[in-house]
Ligand binder design. Structure first.
Ligand SMILES: [Ca+2]
Length: 429
């Protein structure tokens, strides 16, 4: 009899433990992963984050090497995990007091090099002291035939404008005209995305920097073949001279360019709503300010037609509301492999504080999956399955995209299955 009661108590205890576990699982199955995960806080110990063949010497050829800063990415403490449908992204953050709004950054082995848009030392050498107003500053740094160049925006005698400067001689190789009604300029909108096509050829994206309505003359420059504003330009270095040609037009604030296989993709910020990913082809018109899926900041609608008043290119994808798309890159390798033969592109955002993976095929978006962070992301790099993201003012995030641990996963799915069976049973009642 006592033996029977003892067995009964043991059975009840086992049942109680099981039930309490299941209830916790039901409320938040992921909590288990994260708890286990935090118990074993790990470090990213790369022998090298970047494959050396991927190293770009965009900024290594300065006459003077003493500006910009390096952040050591080794031994980053992994403290967070983002769950995706088939993967998890384990990441950590490295603080850097001096990192603000970054103009340029590049991976150098286990370090990231960066320079802020308002870097005093470089601004002084460019002869632009006191002229970095209306959100101006250095917008990008790139190289042509082993020489580095800066795309910089500034205001001089009520003229808001931009130039490309050779950082060896500090001479301008391209000077843009003053923006019309320069007092309405917001140089945050000057673009700055770039893509190397060859050692001496690069695409550089220039915006129409204003938040005024579409009818404003600054916005209208994007449709003018006589203006370099609102264009993706092709810069070609021939005999020490930079030859400029308009590659595509109708761009608002193109912040990033990348190449996925043979396609060139650009990301640009729209007005209120209407950020865009575009597949860029030479000679095409991407619509701004004639067309946008966003609205004016005073809520007035903007034309939605791609055939009137003239033919313009629809985006591959538009973000409504705007995420303030900041950079575009290839996706991590395991993500690409998993969804092949479809194509994948990754987009970072300031307002959205996210990196989105967008899977598409033949100009058609099939789905997007979001990695949500808590900080504005200005630039990011993808190397293998590692992502390094440069934030605004909050240091650098680094992490790896991984497959789930299959042991944990089988428990997870058993639970899901059990829960579904139970729900079906309840539904039948
Ligand atoms: Ca457009």
């Amino acid at each position: 009899m006592i033996k029977k009661i003892f067995k009964y108590i043991l059975y009840i205890l086992a049942l109680m433990t099981f039930t309490s576990l299941m209830v916790k699982w039901q409320f938040s199955p992921y909590v288990f992963f994260i708890k286990d995960f935090k118990k074993n806080i790990s470090r990213i110990d790369h022998s090298s984050i970047v494959h050396t063949e991927e190293l770009t010497p965009e900024t290594k050829n300065f006459k003077h090497h003493d500006f910009g800063s390096l952040i050591d990415l080794k031994n980053t403490q992994i403290s967070e995990s983002i769950q995706l449908n088939n993967f998890k992204f384990d990441w950590g953050r490295i603080d850097s007091k001096n990192l603000q709004r970054v103009a340029a950054a590049e991976l150098r082995g286990e370090y990231i090099w960066y320079i802020n848009q308002d870097n005093e030392e470089l601004i002084r050498r460019l002869g632009l002291e006191g002229k970095i107003t209306s959100n101006g500053g250095i917008k990008s740094i790139f190289s042509l035939s082993n020489k580095s160049y800066a795309y910089v925006t500034y205001v001089e005698n009520d003229c808001a404008t931009a130039r490309v400067v050779d950082l060896t001689s500090m001479k301008e190789v391209l000077q843009l005209p003053c923006l019309p009604h320069s007092k309405n300029a917001d140089l945050n909108g000057a673009g700055g995305g770039w893509l190397k096509l060859s050692d001496n050829t690069i695409l550089l994206a220039i915006g129409t920097p204003t938040s005024a309505n579409t009818t404003h003359e600054i916005n209208q420059t994007a449709q003018s073949d006589q203006s370099l504003w609102g264009k993706i330009l092709k810069l070609n270095l021939v005999n020490e001279r930079v030859i400029v040609e308009i590659f595509s037009k109708g761009h608002r604030n193109p912040q990033g360019l990348t190449q996925i296989d043979k396609n060139i993709l650009a990301v640009e910020q729209g007005p209120m709503g209407g950020d865009e990913i575009n597949i860029i082809r030479k000679g095409l018109n991407y619509g701004w300010p004639l067309q946008s899926l966003g609205s004016e900041y005073d809520l007035e609608p903007i034309n939605k037609s791609y055939s009137k008043p003239i033919v313009t290119e629809p985006p591959l994808l538009s973000f409504v509301p705007s995420i303030a798309a900041s950079d575009i890159n290839k996706c991590p390798q395991i993500y690409i492999d998993f969804y092949a033969p479809n194509d994948c592109v990754a987009v970072s955002s300031l307002r959205g504080k996210s990196i989105d993976f967008i899977v598409y095929k033949n100009n058609k978006v099939l789905f997007s999956e979001k990695m949500q962070f808590k900080t504005r992301i200005r630039k990011f790099f993808v190397s293998g399955n590692t992502i390094v993201a440069v934030t605004d003012f909050k240091g650098v995030m680094i992490g790896n995209l991984k497959n789930y641990n299959k042991d944990n996963l089988s428990v997870f799915y058993k639970h899901v299955k059990a829960k579904n069976i139970r729900n079906e049973a309840i539904a039948e009642k």
